[in-house]
Write a protein of this length. Structure first.
Length: 350
């Protein structure tokens, strides 16, 4: 039996809605349509995400986006079998919008709902690509709020091998970009500027590179970039591309070397990269090269599905349902989990 799943993402500054359909056993579920509204323009004026504005905007966007994906795939609300939403982690008010709308829709339609872990969505998003991975694999999860290396043996079977002890990789991009005056969100802007720079121009630290474990630390790097920017003073402007390239090289080198160490430690020959920073070109190039050398297969989400979206939420719901890890529920009383470690997700709805 196939299931039509409506997925809603509203954990931060992107409202995403998508329709995913499960297929016959053994086949990866299919993405029928997805729609996204990014709040970047709205938050730009404040240099970062304003939680209250984010929640209000999700309220405005979510139902029109749902109508759009239904229309695009020739489906109606009555065809939806399960409504999935991001239950956490993320901004509490923003999460509540998606959860509230999903549960109201479920109750009105008499269809069950399912709360999804946002990072599980990122982790499983490469299954939406033309070259889906196979379990088991090592996952490098690099987003604005998280940096983790995980051992993934199947849906819901996640073991954290290492993670950041302070800032996330995306945060390192964003904060460095901000102090170079590149605006918000800084990752893509810094990466673009870095293309014209010399990555060897400045010597920046590679924190915890030789720590002997798989943990990360990026707070010191940000401080080193700040010190360098201050030292440059008036000279910063003409050297900005060099500083951007040096910063990107430092972040990417640590991510790539730790990923290789995780592959060595687990003996695995497959790696999946997920989360917003997975869109970074330099990271992809360096990782592709390193993996080719080590005969490791590497999988990415489609570029446009690296950052937050509804497709990954509908997909994670589909895969949890198919694997029997979770059942959708007709208990419409919802809660959200602004903080929620991925390796603690319960196999069924509480
Ligand atoms: O996964 P995501 O959309 O949101 C979270 O769940 O956090 O990731 C957003 C992060 C931001 O820090 C953004 O600057 C970073 O991903 N990012 C990039 C690139 N595109 C997005 N960082 C470096 N290079 C990029 N091309
Ligand atoms: Zn995300």
């Amino acid at each position: 039996m196939t299931l039509l799943i409506l997925g809603i993402e509203s954990s931060c500054d992107e409202t995403g809605v998508a329709l995913v359909e499960t297929r016959v056993e053994g086949q990866v579920p299919a993405l029928l349509s997805h729609a996204l509204h990014s709040q970047i323009e709205m938050h730009k004026a404040y240099g970062g995400v304003v939680p209250e504005l984010a929640s209000r905007d999700h309220i405005r966007r979510v139902l029109p986006l749902a109508s759009q994906v239904l229309a695009e795939s020739g489906k109606s609300l009555a065809d939806v079998d399960v409504v999935a939403y991001t239950r956490g982690p993320g901004l509490a008010g923003a999460l509540l919008v998606g959860a509230g709308v999903a549960c109201a829709l479920g109750a009105a339609l008499g269809k069950p709902v399912l709360g999804v872990h946002h990072l599980e969505g990122h982790l499983l998003s490469p299954f939406l690509s033309a070259d889906p991975p196979e379990f088991p694999f090592v996952a490098l999860l690099v987003s604005g709020g998280h940096t983790q290396l995980m051992r993934v043996d199947g849906v819901g079977r996640y073991e954290i091998l290492g993670e950041t002890i302070d800032d996330a990789a995306g945060e390192a991009f964003d904060k460095s970009a901000k102090l170079m005056g590149l605006g918000y969100p800084g990752g893509p802007a810094l990466s673009k500027l870095a293309e014209q720079g010399d990555a060897t121009a400045f010597k920046l630290p590679r924190p915890l590179l030789h720590s002997g474990n798989l943990d990360f630390s990026f707070a010191g790097l940000k401080t080193a970039v700040l010190t360098q920017a201050k030292k440059l003073g008036e000279e910063l402007e003409p050297r900005k591309a060099d500083l951007a390239a040096s910063t990107e090289a430092a972040i990417v080198e640590v991510l790539v070397k730790k990923t290789l160490a995780a592959l060595k430690q687990t003996g695995m020959k497959r790696v999946v990269v997920a989360g917003g920073v997975g869109a970074n070109r330099h990271l992809r190039n360096q990782l592709n090269e390193a993996c080719a050398k080590n005969k490791v297969r590497v999988h990415y989400p489609e570029l446009h599905l690296c950052t937050d979206n509804g497709a990954m939420i509908a997909m994670a719901a589909a895969m949890r349902l198919e694997s029997g890890q979770q059942q959708a529920s007709t208990e419409y009383a919802f809660d959200v989990k602004p903080r929620w470690p991925l390796d603690s997700i319960a196999p069924t709805v509480a």
